[in-house]
Ligand binder design. Structure first.
Ligand code: PLP
Ligand code: COI
Length: 340
């Protein structure tokens, strides 16, 4: 199989139309058999549920090439489960988890020519998405849905790759207590757009959201969870019912505890203690681990070492996690799933 003629090393985090996508439709109470298609367009009723009441959820995972040439992906079962959880919360029929994993494999395999080669630093971003496709005019769930998985080759989410970023504490809120912050609903991102455009205009790479009820506790950013290293070298992870259960973060916790022998503390983290930590970073599929060099808390600047390179403990975690993903370090069984 000949790879596409792409400058793999200089890809940003952008969408590119690839050859195949997987589509399954839910109608008359059941999912159809699903199939690959070359058609990247979706034709919908002007009254489709997704267009009015935002009945949509999505996932994100990566496929990539390991040193020995295998195309693999990372913990797709976790994405399958989280998408089921998102669907249930939005009164959508969950796509069967086993079928989700098979569909991921099928669409990646069909687009093998788009999977960046080993060592390029790029990967194939896999985007499963589900939405209400039938007409709804009163506020109610749709009766028909489409589940789709497309792929697109991507480079780093933040320009400069693993270089420390500058972020701010946000004045807008992301997710209410008992809201939808813990699922991957499109609506959680719609409300963040104004704020991220404003942040970028002002020179910040991301917004850190705090808990809306008290505005004293750290939640997460618009597209990633946050992790800290304290003075004792512990990994500190914010705990809240309204942040997305990041698969990267849960993997980092396991790597830190079981492979690096670190102490991991999952607890509420207060804005007032930001200056007590020695390292800080974002984590997520797109972000991988992106070190935070500086946080602007309404004019008070909190710094975490150099703006040039990743801090040492995060670097160790990053090397171990990406080493497992690349097949260089043995990780827990089932994490790296071979596709072809
Ligand atoms: N938090 C938010 C709001 C996200 O959009 C993402 C991205 O998926 C994450 C966290 C990280 O989750 P994961 O590690 O599962 O990609
Ligand atoms: C991901 O990391 O997969 C995300 O979904 C974050 C962002 C691109 C929305």
């Amino acid at each position: 199989m000949e790879k596409k003629n792409i400058d793999w090393g200089n890809l940003g985090f952008n969408y590119m139309v690839t050859d195949y996508r997987y589509v399954s439709n839910f109608k008359d109470g059941k999912w159809d058999n699903g199939q690959l298609t070359k058609d990247d367009k979706v034709v919908l009723s002007e009254d489709a549920g997704v267009l009015h009441y935002c009945q949509a959820c999505f996932e994100g995972l990566k496929a990539y090439t390991t040193e020995n040439g295998d195309i693999v992906c990372f913990r797709p079962d976790m994405n399958a489960k989280r998408m089921s959880d998102s669907a249930k919360r939005l009164v959508m029929p969950p796509f069967p988890e086993e079928r989700f994993i098979e569909a991921v494999k099928e669409v990646v395999k069909a687009n093998a020519a788009w999977v960046p080669p080993f060592g390029s630093g790029a990967s194939l971003y896999v985007r499963p998405v589900m939405f209400g496709s039938s007409p709804v005019i009163g506020v109610a769930p749709a009766e028909e849905y489409q589940f789709r998985i497309f792929v697109t080759p991507v480079g780093p989410y933040f320009k400069g790759g693993a270089k420390p970023i500058f972020v701010r504490i946000s004045d807008f809120d992301r997710a209410a207590p008992r809201g939808t912050g813990d699922i991957k609903a499109g609506l959680n991102y719609a409300m963040s757009l104004y704020n991220i455009v404003d942040a970028h205009e002002k020179g910040y790479a991301e917004n850190i959201y705090v808990d809306p009820a008290t505005r004293t506790k750290i939640e997460e950013t618009g597209g990633a969870n946050i992790i800290f290293i304290d003075k004792e070298g512990n990994l500190v992870v914010p705990k809240s019912g309204s942040i997305l259960p990041s698969i990267t973060r849960r993997s980092i916790v396991a790597v830190a505890k079981d492979i690096l022998g670190m102490n991991v503390i999952e607890r509420e983290v207060f804005v007032s203690e930001l200056g007590d930590f020695v390292e800080c970073g974002l984590c997520g599929t797109a972000a991988v681990i992106s070190p935070i060099g500086k946080i602007d808390n309404h004019g008070e600047i909190i710094e975490y070492g150099s703006m040039d390179k990743m801090s040492p403990t995060l670097q160790k975690i990053y090397d171990t996690l990406t080493g497992i993903q690349a097949g260089k370090i043995e990780g827990p069984e089932g994490w790296v799933v071979k596709i072809c």
